[in-house]
Design a binder for this molecule. Structure first.
Ligand SMILES: NC(=O)c1ccc[n+]([C@@H]2O[C@H](COP(=O)([O-])OP(=O)(O)OC[C@H]3O[C@@H](n4cnc5c(N)ncnc54)[C@H](O)[C@@H]3O)[C@@H](O)[C@H]2O)c1
Length: 339
């Protein structure tokens, strides 16, 4: 507070853009002054809801508008690099949709440009700003969780087929951003398989395994071709296990005080004895504030030098590196690729 209002221009008013416009419009420290979309229909929709906002079909007009401090980019992934770069070069802070770019080389260029100009760059890894994921991180960091053992996520539905990126780049990016936020472990290799069921189109079903520099392993199953919608993650620790179901309206997290004990009795040296431990099951409270509301405030605080981006360029780059390796692995039928 006390800082000047951040004037925002939003490029892309398709499926996700309206959520961004709404959150930037209602935050007391930000104001949307311009919305840009190539589609006149989409612009008319924006104009109906926000009659005072300037509308344009030309992104360069928005980017060169001297009244704008920050540019929000919610266009398809292939255009993220060009638009982010142009906005940074025009001296604007950038809030770009996930994934940051289509290559790690492009992500590096954007990070460098933002650093050089001391501009804020945030990648919209939305789940990191949800109450459930934040609470999960707290629980995992506690000694009562033990050491992380596995992360097993299913994110499937009869989804919107994208034509510029495969299903890993569209959906697994959420799981990868959650993983990178809740664990300190470093990913070291990946193995992925994927299949397309529409000729000439990107893979619409994929299975990704991520190996870490410790005894943690992650598996992510994503699909646009499932009859049912599932958003469920199991996170195992040596002392507790968490089930995170994002489709639950309340009780998104359940913590199981369950695990195994391995006998080190020398009499049983040739016969490993696994004991099972079953304790309480509880559902921690989670904050249900809309993630984008928290993220927009965080973006403003970063611009004002009060906070450092939680999901900045480096986090975006880390995920693109995993996705690039996953693509290489997929083309070699799951051969492991070092990161
Ligand atoms: N964070 C999330 O949870 C989340 C959810 C959905 C989508 N997304 C991301 O948001 C982005 C957009 O996805 P979407 O589903 O809204 O796509 P969409 O196709 O529904 O909307 C994109 C809009 O951008 C417009 N557009 C494209 N290129 C443009 C350009 N150069 N200048 C001006 N307008 C342009 C299109 O006309 C369209 O209206 C993607 O990066 C996607 O990964 C994020």
């Amino acid at each position: 507070m006390g800082e000047k209002m951040v004037k925002v221009g939003v490029i892309g008013y398709g499926y996700w853009g309206p959520n961004l416009v709404r959150n930037f419009m209602f935050n007391p420290d930000t104001n949307v002054v311009c919305v840009c979309d190539k589609s006149t229909d989409r612009l008319l929709k924006a104009g109906e809801l926000y009659p005072t906002v300037k509308l344009t079909g030309d992104a360069s007009e928005l980017i060169s508008d001297s009244s704008i401090d920050a540019v929000v980019i919610a266009t398809p992934v292939r255009s993220h690099f060009e638009l982010s770069m142009a906005a940074l070069k025009a001296g604007k802070h950038v809030f770009v949709e996930k994934p940051i770019t289509t290559t790690s080389d492009q992500a590096l260029q954007i990070i460098e440009e933002a650093d050089r100009r001391q501009l804020t760059l945030i990648v919209d890894h939305t789940f990191v700003y949800t109450g459930a994921v934040r609470r999960m991180r707290e629980l995992i960091k506690k000694p009562s969780f033990g050491n992380p053992s596995y992360f097993d996520s299913t994110r499937i539905n009869l989804g919107l087929f994208q034509n510029d990126v495969n299903v890993l780049w569209d959906l697994a990016v959420h799981d990868l951003s959650i993983m990178s936020y809740v664990f300190d472990a470093k990913p070291v290799a990946v193995s992925a398989t994927g299949h397309n069921h529409v000729e000439g189109q990107p893979e619409n079903v994929a299975f990704l395994t991520v190996f870490f520099d410790c005894n943690l392993v992650a598996h992510i199953n994503v699909s646009w071709l499932s009859p049912v919608k599932v958003r469920k993650t199991l996170i195992g620790g040596t002392k507790q296990m968490i089930v995170y179901d994002d489709l639950e309206t309340s009780e998104k997290l359940k913590v199981y005080d369950k695990g195994i004990t391995v006998s080190d009795d020398p009499d049983h040296i040739h016969k490993l004895l696994i004991g099972y431990r079953t304790g309480d099951l509880w559902s921690p409270r989670t904050n249900d504030t809309e993630a984008l509301k928290i993220e927009v405030s965080h973006f403003v605080n970063c611009i004002n030098g009060l906070e450092k981006p939680i999901t900045g360029g480096e986090e975006g780059l880390g995920i693109v590196r995993i996705l690039e390796a996953a693509n290489s692995s997929m083309h070699r039928r799951g051969a492991p690729i070092d990161l």
